[in-house]
Structure formats: structure tokens, C-alpha cells
Design a protein around this ligand. Structure first.
Ligand code: NAD
Length: 400
């Protein structure tokens, strides 16, 4: 029975999925430090973590039983992915499981900012009946400018259109335009047109300070600004000035250049105390639905990897899948250094021992080569010995 260690409160859906696949699962609520992690990984094939466990080179090297690491979150910076590749450890994450949650928060904030809802709310909480239409607008007929038309930006495009908004977007990469959205050639054009600017770029270093005084000045008078992407993308001091001057009518910010580590920690930002500004503690993707989806997605990937060698959406392995043919009696999973001639050597070893190959697929990614081979007769230990002893072989697994 393969053993899995799941840390950091993985959703029960993810635990049950592995248990139902016949795994012995140990689930712990917190993260482990390096020494405790190495100890706990004794005999473990699968490790599941979130963002607080660091999987170092030392951890990976110390536990050769480890076959795969599942990051039950989006980022994989906490894992020494390069080392994992060299050791033949597959890494999976859940890049799209919270996309919808982020988009729904953006939609809520677009309406809330355009209606100046937080001010009405605060006035009643303060005991003042502040009924007024001044500065409140419908979103229908207004234009949203989406900067970064990836998974989140493009989904927001669809929902914004359903609200009756016109959508323009700018992306540095070629993207499929959805619905009636219009692609613009520059961010300047977008800032000129949009009543709502919503930023959904990725966290690459060159996006640091993408929005500063110049960009806020280029936005339309009375427009609103939303950043649910990454904290370093926006100069918050410049945003404060743009709001105080009245040029920008409001903002919603979920991500900050420096964020406290734990719930309950103190927090300070230039944006505190401003009217029509919604601040949220990096909760764009934090919904119970997203947690269920992440648990199901990552555990499903880990289960499929161990049971069939499938690597769809792995972060570091070539993404492969091989359908079983009726004549297959076993499957060889061969992980190797990506150098010429490995596939030929596998097939020569098989042929030399009269093993008929009934299905095969090879993929390479950076330094990793990955071959799934289905055979029509049992693979003898001699064949495995030949393949295991080849210098380019990183790992070899035989599946039923
Ligand atoms: N607030 C949250 O809780 C939360 C949750 C999930 C994701 N995120 C963040 O949201 C952002 C978007 O996520 P995603 O899954 O859509 O990512 P993605 O990689 O699918 O899309 C990012 C898009 O931005 C584009 N891009 C990058 N730099 C750009 C630039 N300077 N100008 C225009 N376009 C640019 C890319 O080409 C890509 O199409 C990421 O930064 C991610 O970390 C935040």
C-alpha cells in the first residue's frame, strides 16, 4: 500500500480520494521543518503540501522513496523543482482551481466600487443615513480594461460582458479573444478607454511597478482600479495620491508588496483610511469551493501518476498519458536524463528479451525524459536490471 503524507490541512476531499485509491494517508494540520519532514517521509511515496512547507534539495535527496510532490496551491516556489527533476520526482500543483473565486471577487468589487458601496455602508454603521445617488453608477454600459488576459483575466472578460460591460484588454502574449472583447495594442490605449482597470498579470520581475504615478495619471478621471494579481505590480503610494487627488475614484487591492505571514498578524498599508477603497488580505482565491477543487485536482493528479504514470499538467515532467490497450499486461515507467538514444536502448533491451511492446509514448522537458511503455508479456527481472544499470536512467517503475 503506497504511503502519502499530507501536511497543512489539505481538504478532506483530497485525503479521501487517495484513501479510496488504496493509499495509507497520514494527514497533519501544520507544516514541518526540514529535519522533521525528512523523518516523517520515511517510506513515503507522495508528499502533499501547501505554501508553508519548504521541500529542499536536502529533503529530496534524503528520501529516495519519494515519487511525487503535490503542491495543494498555485505556487511551487517552496519546492526545489530543479532538484526534483534531476531525481525523477514529479511535481504537481493546482493552477486553475481558484480562478473562478478570484474572478467573482473582482466582479463583486467592480460593482461595489462603481456604486461607492463601502461609503454607504460605513455611513450607516456610523449612525448616519447617507442616501444619495452622487458618484454611484451602474456597471452596465461601462468599459472594463483587463490588463493580463490569462486564466483569470479572460474569465473575468466573460462575466463582465454578462453584466453588460464592454471589455477591452491588453496582454503581452497572443491570446484568444473571448466574446465581444477587444484586444488593444498598448496599455496606454486601455487606460484611455477604461472606466474600470483590473490587473491580472503574472508575477514576473519585470512587472514590478507596472502601475505607478504615470499610469494612474493616464487613467480616466473618475475610473476605478483593481489589483488582485501580485503586490509588487503596483506602487501603492502613487495609488494613494491618485485617489486623494480625486482622479481615481476608488480601488480594491487584495495583494500587497509585503504581506503578514499569519492570520491575526498586524498589517499596515498606505491605502488604509481612504474613501471607496476595499482592502482584502490576499483572499482572492480563498473560498471553500476553491479548497475542495484544489484537494480534488491535486490528489487526482497524484493518484493517476502513481497508478498509470500519467503526468498531465505536471510542473516539471513532460505531460504524457498512454491509453491502455487490451493486450497490455504491464507498464514500464522510465524516467531518464534527456540525452539522445534512450528510447532506442529501452526498445533494444525489450527486444533482446522477446518482450513485445504494445504501446509507447516518449516526452522530454528540459533535462527530463519520460517514457511509458506497455508490454504484451511480463517484463523479466533481467530487462529491468539492464535498464536500471544504464547511466542515463533516473528511475524505473513497473505498473500492473
Ligand atoms: N489574489 C489571489 O488570491 C490570487 C489567486 C490566484 C492568482 N492570483 C494572481 O493573479 C494573477 C493572474 O493569474 P492567472 O492564473 O490568470 O495567470 P496567467 O499566467 O494565466 O495570466 C497572466 C497573463 O498576464 C500576461 N502578462 C504578463 N505580464 C504582462 C504585462 N506586463 N502586460 C500585459 N499582460 C501581461 C501574461 O501574458 C498572461 O496572459 C497572477 O499574478 C496570480 O499570481 C492571485
Amino acid at each position: 500500500m503506497p504511503k502519502a503524507l499530507l501536511l497543512e490541512n489539505i481538504h478532506p476531499v483530497g485525503i479521501q480520494l487517495l484513501e479510496r485509491a488504496g493509499w495509507e494517508v497520514t494527514a497533519l494540520p501544520g507544516a514541518l521543518d526540514e529535519a522533521d519532514l525528512i523523518e516523517a517521509l520515511d517510506g513515503v511515496a507522495i508528499l502533499g503540501i501547501r505554501s508553508k512547507t519548504t521541500v529542499t534539495k536536502k529533503v529530496l535527496t534524503a528520501r529516495p522513496s519519494l515519487e511525487a510532490v503535490g503542491a495543494y496551491c498555485i505556487g511551487t516556489n517552496q519546492i526545489a523543482v530543479g532538484q526534483a527533476s534531476q531525481l525523477g520526482v514529479a511535481v504537481f500543483n493546482a493552477p486553475y482551481s481558484n480562478t473562478r473565486s478570484v474572478v467573482e471577487l473582482a466582479v463583486a468589487e467592480i460593482i461595489a466600487l462603481t456604486r461607492r458601496m463601502t461609503e454607504r455602508d460605513q455611513s450607516l454603521h456610523g449612525g448616519v443615513w447617507g442616501k444619495s445617488a452622487k458618484g454611484s453608477h451602474e456597471v452596465r454600459g461601462r468599459t472594463i480594461g483587463i490588463v493580463g488576459y490569462g486564466a483569470i483575466g479572460s474569465q473575468l472578460s466573460v462575466l463582465a460582458e454578462m453584466l453588460g460591460m464592454s471589455v477591452v484588454f491588453y496582454d503581452i502574449a497572443e491570446k484568444l479573444t473571448l466574446g465581444n472583447a477587444r484586444r488593444l495594442d498598448s496599455m496606454d490605449e486601455l487606460l484611455e478607454e477604461a472606466d474600470v482597470v483590473s490587473v491580472h498579470v503574472d508575477g514576473r520581475t519585470s512587472n514590478t511597478g507596472l502601475f505607478g504615478a504615470e499610469q494612474f495619471a493616464a487613467m480616466r478621471q473618475g475610473s476605478v482600479f483593481i489589483n488582485l494579481s501580485r503586490g509588487h505590480v503596483v506602487d501603492l503610494g502613487a495609488l494613494r495620491q491618485a485617489i486623494e487627488s480625486g482622479h481615481v475614484a476608488g480601488a480594491a487591492v487584495d495583494v500587497f508588496p509585503s504581506e503578514p505571514k499569519a492570520t491575526g498578524d498586524p498589517f499596515a498599508s498606505e491605502l488604509q483610511g481612504l474613501p471607496n477603497v476595499i482592502l482584502t488580505p490576499h483572499v482572492g482565491g480563498s473560498t471553500e469551493e476553491a479548497q475542495v477543487s484544489i484537494g480534488r485536482f491535486v490528489s487526482g493528479k497524484l493518484r493517476d501518476f502513481l497508478s498509470s504514470g500519467a503526468t498531465g499538467m505536471s510542473v516539471n515532467f513532460p505531460n504524457l498519458h498512454l491509453d491502455r490497450s487490451d493486450s497490455s499486461v504491464g507498464r514500464l515507467v522510465h524516467i531518464h536524463q534527456n540525452i539522445p538514444g534512450v528510447l532506442a536502448s529501452i526498445n533494444q533491451a525489450m527486444a533482446a528479451h522477446n518482450v513485445n511492446i504494445v504501446g509507447q509514448v516518449l516526452g522530454t522537458r528540459n533535462e527530463v525524459g519520460y517514457v511509458l511503455t506497455d508490454v504484451g508479456s511480463p517484463i523479466e527481472a533481467k530487462v529491468l536490471g539492464t535498464l536500471a544499470s544504464r547511466p542515463e536512467t533516473i528511475r524505473l517503475r513497473v505498473l500492473d
